[in-house]
Design a protein around this ligand. Structure first.
Ligand code: HEC
Length: 129
């Protein structure tokens, strides 16, 4: 096999495996997000439905208005749908909760600076639990 045909063959194999790789990477992000969630959020939050701990359950949080869980004493910064957690808002909230909901009660959580880590956590929160 010539060098040129070897390169063409490699390119063809890569193109064929691309769709599978994209699917896998969304899954990988959710997997990585789960680890990050366990480290940064799970002390206070569960993703199981109705499982309110120190913080409210985050089951189905993406797209949900804030303050929607029963039996949680929300701060007025989040109560009664003060914020809607679409992906962009959730991203900013995880980066710096004060910027989205000044006066929130999610202390002493300090925010996650890395955009990749936040994206992975959001991918995990979006994945079925
Ligand atoms: C130290 C405990 C603690 C940690 C750590 C923590 N949270 Fe929270 N979280 C809370 C509390 C308490 C509230 C309710 C705050 C309020 O009412 O102002 C809350 C509220 C929230 C809300 C709003 C929920 C709703 O129903 O309105 C979201 C979203 C959220 N947290 C996401 C996260 C994510 C994602 C992480 C990890 C990156 C995290 N939190 C880490 C304690 C925590």
């Amino acid at each position: 096999m010539t060098m040129r045909s070897r390169i063409l063959l490699t390119a063809a194999v890569c193109a064929l495996s691309l769709p599978a790789a994209v699917g896998a990477s969304a899954q990988d992000a959710a997997e990585e997000g789960k680890l990050l969630f366990n480290n940064a959020c799970r002390t206070c939050h569960s993703v199981n439905e109705g499982d309110n701990r120190l913080g409210p359950s985050l089951h189905g949080i993406v797209g949900r208005p804030s303050g929607a869980m029963e039996r949680v004493n929300y701060s007025s910064a989040l109560a009664n749908g003060a914020v809607t957690f679409d992906e962009a808002t959730l991203d900013r909230f995880i980066e710096n909760p004060d910027a989205v909901a000044s006066g929130h009660g999610m202390k002493p959580f300090g925010g996650i600076r890395s955009p990749e880590e936040r994206a992975a956590i959001i991918a995990f929160l979006k994945s079925p639990s």
